[in-house]
Design a protein around this ligand. Structure first.
Ligand SMILES: Nc1ncnc2c1ncn2[C@@H]1O[C@H](COP(=O)(O)OP(=O)(O)OP(=O)(O)O)[C@@H](O)[C@H]1O
Length: 258
């Protein structure tokens, strides 16, 4: 079930370095939200704070509230593993488990969750691979290594693996940056279809991609090196790219800076 995500005054640190400051932003269920902005403005840091991955690094911490529907995932009694299970993440480089078959890659999360029954796993694998638009390409070689697929197929496999556990939110950190244009279009098409079921938040350097795939766009920026990243403007994608309210946003999207 897709969920609403709301950040309230989210600030994140690497040691004493404040990487993002007071981010406030609400993401509606069943939508695609793009995070854009110049290098180093904290897009990935913010993304990783949404599933408590940021704090995995030594001395990294997050302040503020981050709610998934009404649950603050930073509450003290929250089970961090459960948070990471319900908020899936797709990375820049496709990272299938190299020694596992295509099938085992897709069901890895389900097995970790204790699902053992073969028919349940088989149904879930087919559903996830169909949703990831990969089924027809792999249905006759499910027992072959995932690492044997093309880069674009591997990324769709990783998306299948992520959605197989039916996460409430899917985070994508530049999921197409290592892919060719055709594979990129396949993933973009997929995002468009996946938002029927999931809440999707994507970091992208590619503004055309943000404009093509997202309903809402958040523009982050930094004043100068060493300053924390801030959310400058957050609005409907069409508005951001046609008539932004902030001069900084306009300068960025028209290529005058960044
Ligand atoms: N592991 C880390 N340790 C220390 N500082 C980090 C670490 N990762 C990122 N930073 C710093 O935090 C700030 C935000 O980085 P982040 O990767 O979130 O930005 P970004 O907008 O995603 O950048 P890019 O578009 O280049 O990927 C930068 O100043 C970066 O150098």
């Amino acid at each position: 079930m897709a969920k609403r995500v709301e950040a309230e005054n989210v600030t994140a640190y690497y040691g004493s370095f404040k990487a993002i400051e007071n981010i406030n932003l609400a993401v509606e269920p069943k939508s695609v939200t793009a995070l854009i902005g110049p290098s180093g403005c904290g897009k990935s840091t913010f993304l990783r704070s949404i599933n408590r991955m940021h704090e995995v690094l030594p001395n990294a911490r997050v302040e503020g509230r981050l709610t998934i529907d009404d649950q603050n995932i930073y509450d003290r009694d929250v089970d961090v593993t459960a948070v990471r299970r319900t908020i899936g993440m797709v990375f820049q480089r496709p990272n299938p488990f190299p020694t596992m078959s295509i099938f085992d890659n897709v069901v890895a999360g389900l097995k970790l969750n204790g699902v053992r029954k073969k028919s349940v796993l088989a149904d879930a694998a087919e559903r996830a691979l169909r949703s990831a638009n990969l089924w027809d390409e792999v249905k006759d070689r499910l027992d072959k290594p995932g690492a044997g697929l093309s880069g674009g197929q591997q990324q769709r496999l990783c998306i299948a693996r992520t959605i197989a556990v039916e996460p409430q939110v899917v985070l994508m950190d530049e999921p197409c940056s290592a892919l060719d244009p055709i594979s990129t279009l396949a993933i973009e098409d997929l995002m468009f279809r996946l938002k029927d079921e999931f809440t999707i938040i994507i970091v992208t350097h590619n503004m055309q991609q943000a404009a093509r795939v997202s309903d809402r766009t958040a523009f982050f920026s930094i004043d100068k090196t060493g300053d924390p990243g801030r959310l400058i403007e957050y609005d409907n994608t069409q508005k951001i790219f046609s008539n932004p309210s902030q001069k900084k946003t306009e300068d960025y999207i028209t290529g005058r800076f960044g």
